[in-house]
Design a protein around this ligand. Structure first.
Ligand code: NAD
Length: 499
């Protein structure tokens, strides 16, 4: 199967203007399985121009009509869910079972959620403030929301369709037109969505999808003066470059960036209750989720038994062909990223870390024939490193977590907060009030108590510190894609009629 990922511009799938392409690989085999458009600033300009032309009519349509089109698209994706899951698994290396149970259902849910939310979205009204210096009447202020223009939606490779829909869903619902830029590493499912948006009946130019390198297509999109709002999920360094590019023209900016999330296991936890959830938070999607818990902080009173159970659990994770139903750990999404994971583990060892399990690629012969040249890394746990060292400070974004003992809740909080990131955390304890006390002092946008990756889509999502700017989710997302207009009225009575 070799697939070509075209751009969607002005309602049609198009080849890139200069005819350049990028290879798309299957991480499980290392083989090229397709190609995607290597778009340049001319393709980007065409897409932004189409989006600008489509904006007046789209933003003027009633929210119910925009919502209905999003729901059409969600239904078509549901019809084709199996095809989407297979494409997502082949592009990313994630287990097909995960793409089926998480990525694709969540993408469909994102579209439906924002369709429903915008339908019921009513203006905020503030009544009763006494008017100053006028009639003495009372004010009524209606905060109207007007779609902000063309939105650039830039997404990463770890949760391709899940995060792409998380951005384009609220943008389209709110009345923006969109130029989406999925990751060039995993372009297939966004292309499938683009094709299906035509079938769903979106008018030309409302949704455009541009493929290509971040440094070319992405940078051209961010720099384009026709773009009013930029929403980006990806690495912190890229986020900083985008913030610099957007600053001079004061464009609206939402940045969801990296994390170095703590998993805090308090002393009154029982191993059986916490270990499965902690392992999931460290290794789901091969640890390539921005919310993964990569620093496991353990009360020293229970450290030996927790360590033993975690190591046993990590060793038992079934690594193999992502397309096999039994596989729990698939491949690392790119060769470049596998090399980064490898370098990070070597550095941890150099710094004095003790590898408790994993720490290497799996032996070739342990992999099925088809996957022997694939990009795999064994689930890895490392101990013996101080909280301030590079391994415990910098994001690795792979199946690698460290174990750090602590001697008091106060110390755990200090270690948890002692990084430049603040995306997420989880706290595990049999004593819920104690866990809540700890949770309330964590500097992170999301804190889970005795669970992980449970998401209510109405809840604000985003990071503190260098994990991001702004919030996605629920009404925060709709607000981001709109400008407010506060219309303040004082009734002064009408003149008597002439008759
Ligand atoms: P990345 O920053 O390399 O790329 C993300 C996207 O930005 C891609 O589409 C890429 O083509 C594009 N891009 C790259 N350079 C650009 C530029 N100069 N201008 C415009 N666009 C550009 O990130 P990645 O490697 O794809 O993803 C991994 C990172 O994403 C990790 O750091 C992870 O923590 C982060 N992430 C964060 C969240 C969150 O919600 N906070 C979620 C998922 C991933």
């Amino acid at each position: 199967m070799s697939e070509t990922c075209l751009n969607l511009i002005d309602g049609a799938m198009r080849t890139p203007g200069r005819g350049a392409w990028l290879d798309v690989h299957e991480p499980a085999t290392g083989l090229v399985i397709g190609r995607c458009a290597a778009s340049d600033e001319i393709d980007v300009d065409r897409a932004v121009s189409a989006a600008r032309r489509a904006f007046p009519a789209w933003s003027a349509r009633p929210a119910t009509e925009r919502a209905a089109l999003l729901e059409n698209l969600a239904s078509i994706m549901e019809r084709d869910a199996e095809e989407l899951a297979l494409a997502e698994s082949r592009d990313t290396g994630k287990p097909l079972s995960l793409a089926r149970s998480m990525d694709v259902p969540r993408a469909i849910a994102n579209l439906r959620f924002f369709a429903e939310l915008v339908r019921d979205w009513v203006p905020d009204i503030y009544e009763g403030a006494p008017a100053m210096g006028g009639s003495g009447g009372r004010t009524r202020t209606v905060v109207q929301r007007a779609a902000g223009g063309v939105a650039a939606c830039i997404s990463p490779w770890n949760l391709p369709i899940y995060l792409f829909t998380w951005k384009i869903g609220p943008a389209l619902a709110a009345g923006c037109t969109v130029v989406g830029k999925p990751s060039e590493v995993t372009p297939r499912t966004a292309t499938m969505l683009a094709e299906r948006s035509i079938e769903a009946g979106f008018p030309p130019g409302v949704l455009n999808v541009i493929h290509g390198r971040g440094s070319e297509a992405g940078a051209a999109l961010v720099a384009h003066p026709g773009v009013s709002a930029i929403t980006f999920t990806g690495g912190t360094t890229t986020g900083a470059a985008i913030a610099r590019a957007a600053a001079p023209s004061f464009r609206r900016l939402s940045l969801e960036l990296g994390g170095k999330n703590p998993t805090i296991i308090l002393g009154d936890s029982t191993t059986e209750c916490v270990v499965p959830g902690v392992l999931r938070s460290a290794f789901l999607n091969q640890g390539q989720i921005c919310l993964c818990g990569s620093r496991i902080l353990v009360d020293q009173s229970i450290y030996p038994q927790v360590r033993e159970a975690l190591v046993e659990g990590a060793r038992a994770l079934r690594l193999g062909d992502p397309l096999e139903a039994s596989t729990e750990q698939g491949a690392i999404t790119s060769q470049e990223h596998l090399l980064k994971v490898e370098r990070s583990v070597a550095r941890a060892v150099e710094l004095g870390g003790r590898v408790l399990c994993g720490g290497a690629r799996p032996p070739r012969e342990s992999l099925p024939e088809r996957c022997r040249n694939g990009w795999f890394w064994q689930p890895t746990l490392i101990e013996g490193l101080p909280p301030q060292c590079e391994t415990n400070q910098e994001e690795i974004f792979g199946p690698v977590a460290t174990l750090i003992p602590f001697s008091s809740d106060e110390e755990a909080i200090d270690i948890a907060n002692g990084v430049r990131y603040g995306l997420a955390a989880s706290v595990w304890s049999g004593d819920e009030p104690r866990a809540q006390r700890v949770a309330s002092r964590i500097q992170a946008g999301t804190v889970w108590v005795n669970c992980w990756l449970v998401r209510d889509l109405r809840v604000p999502f985003g990071g503190w510190k260098e994990s991001g700017v702004g919030r996605e989710g629920g009404h925060d997302a709709l607000r981001f894609f709109t400008e407010s207009r506060a219309v303040c009225t004082v009734s002064i009575g009408s003149a008597p009629s002439a008759s």
